[in-house]
Design a protein around this ligand. Structure first.
Ligand SMILES: *Cc1c(COP(=O)(O)O)cnc(C)c1O
Length: 364
């Protein structure tokens, strides 16, 4: 069987080191935040080339707090995309703000900057592009529009640890960048965790207050805050793994490039890293009109695959109240029907990449 992801392969490499760090964290009894989390914040800020990183309990809480820190309030509007994991849209709704969806680009699958200006109203308080599959959105154009209209840009970088746009790291370009360390992400905790990166001292300070019940001084609650602290144990585990992230990212890129080489004449539409982008292949997405048949045939051959995402946010039952309908976002809807995610992880044996590619070509 060829797995979609193999977390055990990674654990074999770093498990002993993680166990030592975690035991140390447990014995210290610093269970919420604490020194391991602070050290991880420093290291993750350095990795992302930002001044600050604020550790939180998940990628979703990172998005929720970043939007709040940027000043988004009930009744405001936030421009984002329908082709993403649902957390992006949910985080806007948690505030009581309205997610205004715009379609994505047919080649990069990320927010199409040409659609932004038509969606801006007097209520627009943030633009929230998603660095989907491991590739940064077209940040130059998005930031330019944000600047022109004085609207902050928040990056959903949950799939893009270490990705780059024109040499700039994911999470370092907007007012804030939101990361998830869910186990299956390019950097995964041993449970739930997330972080927000920023170059703004003011935003970092506000985020630290918001994640810990809105109080700077104990029991003196300045804002309506949250229990969004990162566990000490997760900080310890992430601190170990972060040292390997660059090496793991390079290995993912080798896997991604090998797929692209082997599948170039296969009839599949392959991910095209836009000029000057460092695609970190959180997902290796291929597109084919007969996607479901392809996936079934791969399963038949004992090759796992994934779909990201088969129902775009605007067509989910949960968000039907937003009032969108089928046909509103043709590019996102087409991705939902045609996208197939091939196995990719740092430790993936290259012969397995060859087996998957050969199987796909045979099926097609
Ligand atoms: C995973 C993910 C999130 C949510 O992160 P959690 O840590 O699971 O809360 C948000 N946005 C995107 C694009 C994601 O892939």
């Amino acid at each position: 069987m060829i797995p979609y992801l193999d977390l055990k392969a990674q654990y074999e490499q770093v498990g002993t080191e993680i166990e030592a760090a975690v035991v140390n964290a447990l014995r210290s009894t610093r269970y919420a935040l604490g020194p391991d989390v602070e050290k991880f914040e420093e290291d993750f800020a350095a990795f992302s080339n930002t001044k600050y990183a604020v550790a939180v309990s998940s990628g979703t809480s990172a998005l929720h707090l970043a939007l709040l820190a940027a000043g988004v309030k009930e009744g405001d509007e936030v421009i984002t995309v329908p082709m993403t994991f649902i957390a992006t849209v949910a985080s806007v709704h948690y505030i009581g703000a309205k997610p205004i969806l715009i379609d994505v680009d047919p080649d990069t699958y990320t927010m199409n900057p040409d659609n932004i200006e038509a969606a801006i109203t007097s209520k627009t308080k943030a633009i929230l592009p998603v660095h989907l599959y491991g590739q940064c959105a077209q940040m130059d154009k998005i930031l330019e529009i944000g600047k022109k209209h004085n609207i902050p840009v928040i990056e959903d970088a949950a799939q893009a640890h270490g990705a780059e746009f024109n040499g700039q790291r994911a999470g370092s370009m907007g007012l804030a960048g939101c990361f998830s360390f869910y186990a299956g992400k390019n950097l995964g905790a041993c449970g739930e965790a997330g972080a927000i990166t920023t170059n703004s001292e003011e935003i970092a300070k506000k985020l630290r207050i918001l994640r810990d019940w809105g109080s700077e001084k104990k029991y003196d609650h300045k804002y309506v805050g949250f229990n969004y602290r990162m566990d000490g144990v997760q900080g310890a585990a992430l601190g170990v793994k972060l040292k390997y992230l660059e090496e793991w990212t390079e290995k993912r890129i080798v896997v991604g490039k090998l797929y692209s080489e082997l599948l170039k004449d296969s009839g599949l539409k392959l991910p095209i890293p836009a000029n000057n982008n460092r695609h970190v292949y959180h997902i290796y997405p291929v597109m084919h009109p007969d996607r479901d048949r392809l996936q079934a045939a791969l399963t038949e051959k004992d090759i796992q695959s994934g779909l990201h995402y088969p129902i775009p946010a605007h067509l989910t039952e949960a968000y039907s109240f937003l009032g969108y309908k089928a046909g509103d976002f043709p590019v996102a809807e087409r991705i939902a029907k045609e996208e197939l995610s091939l196995p990719v992880y740092a430790e993936m044996p290259l012969e397995n990449v060859e087996i998957v590619a050969a199987a796909l070509k045979e099926i097609i």
